[in-house]
Design a protein around this ligand. Sequence first.
Ligand SMILES: Cc1ncc(COP(=O)(O)O)c(C=O)c1O
Length: 438
Amino acid sequence: MIADTRTREYQARAMKVMPGPQSNLRMPINIRPTFIERGQGSHLWDVDGNEYIDYMIAAGPGILGQSNPEFIDAMKAQLDKLLYSVSGASQTPMEVDLAEKLVQTIPCAEKVRFLLSGTEAVQLAIRLARAYTGRRYFIRFEGSYHGWLDNVLGGLVHDNPADNPFPYEGEGDSLGTAGRDPSAFEQCFYLPYNDIETLEQVLDRRGHEVAVILVETIQASGVICPKPGYLERVQALCEKYGILLCFDEVVTGFRVALGGAQELLGITPDLAIYGKAVSGGLPLAVLAGRSDVMDLLLGSKVVGAGTFNGYPLGVSAALATMEILQRDDGAIYRRIDDVQAKLVGGLAEIIKRHGVKALINSVRGILTVHFTDKEVVWSMKDVTPAETQMSHKFRLCLANENILILFGGRWLISAAHTDEDVDRTLECADRAVARLYL
Ligand SMILES: Cc1ncc(COP(=O)(O)O)c(C=O)c1O
């Protein structure tokens, strides 16, 4: 029996005063509610003292794990020194330090702007691109998430914005929402990912009207990598039609490499968005890019504002995170690689032993088990609804073993995960896989 007395009490109180948890895009950890009270390294404890191994790490930010002593000390020192500043009216020295470090680290970054969330940074990128090109439309791809605002949330794939193809909400659209401005989708073409022919056809007709192509280079949902040559071709098409290329590195930034997927894949876009892991658990997002585009923010030609932009604690959190990640020539990344290799190897062995057809998509710091007999998954469309159901079931079977992975079956590895965590995880995964077909 799982202890849940206090959980039930909190749930009863919560239901009276809140419309559910603070995001209703992410499914709960488990079928039962969970109130997490404490974290240490890669482990979490709920209000009833149940202990979990955490592969959700706040959906990305927790790259250092909970309670990293060096990070916490840096935050305490910053709180003692300066709590707030007035975004826009004055600046802090840390802001300059961080901007310099990011410009040295992120290949496309000639200039950077700080914001609070990936959602906001995406919108600023679109606004800047429109101002720079004088064009109206943007392109985004199926299976990518770029925040929760009207113009980027889910929808139905379409190659003509005038069709406004989200006539209904929810149906056929896993990220549908009521209350959306009906004209929001008229701003973009929403195309299949990893499908260069469709992109070419659309650009052939409408390329001169497109301001920016937003690409989540490695789609976090499903850990979908670009086909060989795909991004190079996308970039060449951007050059041909005078379109800006923007990588959404909110998940990949600081995770697959300090410079993000653009460093890993060797392709430098015009703009890029970083968030989540950048500041090790505190809110901060970064829009990085070419000076001639970013400089439109000088003198308010393009407005990019926010009360908390560049707030001292977030900026010092990003500086501390970078310092820790860069130390010893990226020793933490090598440790993440080792832990992940052991986890992936162990999961692959369990899957094989149980005779389950599955494929593990894994890049540094992030992995997903797809329950498919395909040899490669180039798009979430390649995964059938029945296979997706298996992923959900696997996640719940793991949650019942107190192993927490994200909705969609995503595992995130942090600097705090240990070999012992992996050993225990694999024991639990063995039982979870055995239960999959019951
Ligand atoms: C790829 C990607 N872009 C943008 C966002 C939005 O970032 P935020 O939740 O910080 O607004 C997310 C969030 O999960 C994301 O995964």
